[in-house]
Design a protein around this ligand. Structure first.
Ligand SMILES: O=C(O)CCC(=O)C(=O)O
Ligand SMILES: [Fe+2]
Length: 324
């Protein structure tokens, strides 16, 4: 059942964003996901130890410290190892990803879908533009040798509509962001420009830190910083301009960003597999088998690894004048 009240919906539509506190239960929803990632980190540490990259598996360290240590010592942010999506290029038959059952249960969580239904309607498709973002303390994060920038750090100002293909422009793709850990300002939480969704798609530039709204087009207002606790959920329209701060704390910010849209509309990333998360009209079409979801990503990886022609993932070219 749709769960957002009229005040919440008005905030979302007028301001372009909405935070719902405590929507996801920390004990029953978030804790199992974190336990699943402990297993993923276990395997990564074992692999890196076996090939001599790190001196120990650091199995006695808690997840956050262990992740930071493994990244630091291997001088690499192994983001792809944890992600439930694939890279946008150079996909190999053994490109790692993690599409585990606890992650899948989160994507189809009833409380989450009830809130999504309030905005998207009763036929809900899980759009495959989705990530886990494990953002370690910036001072301990390995840097990119070419750019000198942390391999994962701030997210620059952008609209999510800017990171997909124009086929998605006419639809409504809802961004759902939540942290598995507390994400206060010092952990590098999100910030938004309220009402920035009212002015259409801005020009984005390809920058070393990622696609960024062209500076002359950035709103001149002050952003609103959105500190959130684990279990709070942020909803953004596809045109809301947002970014994230640097993690200046001592802990890893672990967040999910998911997308949902009405079923039957283009996803903006046709190479990746989505699924019916909820259907009031045809409940039998809902995907409920985590193994099937994982297999869809495996099949996608196999196909992409064989493709010679790599289709573009967004519309922006490197030599756009406004980005010079
Ligand atoms: O988590 C972040 O730092 C950025 C997330 C984001 O841009 C999104 O969820 O669309
Ligand atoms: Fe985004």
């Amino acid at each position: 059942m749709p769960s957002l009240n009229p005040t919440q919906l008005e905030q979302f539509h007028r301001q372009g964003y909405l935070v719902v506190e405590g929507l996801l239960d920390v004990e029953t929803v978030i804790a199992p996901v974190m336990r699943e990632y402990e297993g993923v980190l276990d395997r990564l540490a074992a692999e890196l130890h076996a090939d001599g990259t790190i001196a120990s598996t650091y199995r006695d360290l808690p997840f956050q410290e262990r992740l930071t240590r493994v990244y630091q010592e291997s001088d690499k942010v192994h983001a792809q190892y944890f992600d439930f999506s694939l890279p946008q290029g150079n996909v190999q038959p053994d490109t790692p990803f993690w599409a585990g059952p606890a992650v899948f249960q989160t994507l189809i969580n009833e409380a989450l879908l009830d809130a999504v239904e309030s905005i998207v309607g009763p036929e809900i498709y899980s759009n495959p533009v989705q990530h886990i973002r494990l953002k370690p303390p910036e001072r301990l994060t390995p840097v990119n040798a070419d750019t000198g920038l942390p391999q994962v750090g701030i997210t620059p100002w952008h609209q999510d509509n800017g990171v997909v293909l124009p086929e998605a422009d006419d639809g409504e793709i809802l961004t759902v962001w939540f942290s598995l850990t507390d994400a206060l300002a010092e952990h590098g939480c999100l910030q938004v420009f309220p009402r920035s969704h009212q002015h259409g798609l801005l020009h984005h530039c390809r920058r070393p830190i990622g696609l960024s709204v062209a500076e002359p087009q950035l709103p001149s207002q002050d952003p609103v910083v959105l500190p959130m606790k684990a279990g709070d959920v942020l909803f953004l329209t596809q045109l809301t301009c947002h970014s994230s701060l640097s993690n200046v704390s001592d802990t890893v910010r672990c967040s999910f960003d998911l997308r949902y849209q009405p079923t039957g509309k283009p996803t903006g990333r046709p190479a990746f597999p989505g699924f019916v998360a909820r259907s009031r009209r045809q409940p039998a079409t809902e995907l409920r088998d985590p193994a099937q979801w994982e297999q869809m990503w495996r099949d996608t990886r196999d196909r992409m690894a064989q493709e010679e022609y790599k289709a573009p993932f967004n519309r922006w070219s490197v030599d756009d004048a406004v980005c010079a």
